[in-house]
Design a protein around this ligand. Structure first.
Ligand SMILES: [Zn+2]
Ligand SMILES: [Zn+2]
Length: 259
């Protein structure tokens, strides 16, 4: 079996990653409009009918904002934690006709051929999780929207074959920029987002012996630059900066394969 993955957009204007094992395809987060999601999935040769489920990491709009509308339109079940589900329900904008399945932050489960392992992260949401996907042989770790790394996160991601890792901001660009002070504090705080330096440090702490793909994701368009994110992760990998992939807001990234 092959494990492959791609992204149709990454960043504060909307996130959506596709993971596939065998004939099972899922979306991780759905923050772009249903029409835009469908349009970008077509670039990967995927139609909504090919999707077995939508996993949602947390209730923030750039991840969950369009999950229920897209799920309702195409009759796709949604997997999410109880906290994320209640936070979304309180927002009052959910269509009722969606099949929602509650997951626990530490219980692995399967969707068809794809093994899914959620893990908990510190972030300013009700019950946020991130995910590791596997086809039984290879593991893809995804980590965005985390304020600070933890031992649990590093144990979970150690030994992955591929990693999509948040590089939200460059510390100096954030603090030298025009965001209000409270927002700078929120972004760089323990329930905010990882800086390039923090992501590099996290990556350096992992067992990287199996790593075939590393992609920088969820870059701030105001407070980061691709070359800074790449340099931070390349430093940790001991590789050339252009080996590090980039998940962009407009394009995401095309299929990467583990076999
Ligand atoms: Zn986000
Ligand atoms: Zn978030």
């Amino acid at each position: 079996m092959t494990l492959r993955f791609a992204s149709i957009g990454s960043g504060s204007k909307g996130n959506c990653l596709v993971a596939q094992a065998g004939s099972t395809r899922v979306l991780l987060d759905c923050g772009l409009s249903p029409r835009e999601t469908e349009r970008r999935l077509a670039r990967l040769d995927i139609s909504p009918a090919d999707i077995s489920g939508i996993l949602v990491t947390h209730e923030h709009d750039d991840h969950a904002g369009q999950a229920y509308p897209f799920a309702a339109q195409h009759r796709i079940p949604v997997w999410l934690t109880y906290g994320t589900q209640t936070a979304l329900a309180e927002s009052g904008k959910l269509p009722g006709n969606v099949e929602a399945r509650t997951i626990q932050g530490r219980d692995a489960f399967a969707i068809g051929d794809l093994q899914v392992r959620p893990y908990t992260v510190p972030h300013d949401a009700r019950e946020p999780v991130q995910f590791v996907f596997s086809d039984g042989a290879f593991r893809l770790g995804v980590l965005t929207d985390i304020g600070v790394s933890t031992a649990h996160v590093e144990t979970t991601l150690s030994g992955c074959d591929a990693l999509v890792l948040e590089c939200n901001h460059d510390h100096d660009m954030l603090w030298g920029g025009d965001y209000p002070k409270w927002l700078k504090e929120r972004i760089s705080g323990p329930f905010g987002h990882l800086s390039n330096a923090a992501s590099g440090k996290l990556l350096a702490a992992l067992d990287r012996s199996r790593m075939q793909h590393v992609l920088a994701a969820h870059l701030s368009q105001q407070n980061n630059r691709p070359e800074l994110a790449r340099a931070a992760l390349a430093g940790a990998m001991g590789c050339a900066p252009d080996w590090i992939g980039l998940a962009t807001q407009e394009e995401g990234f095309s299929w990467r394969e583990l076999r």
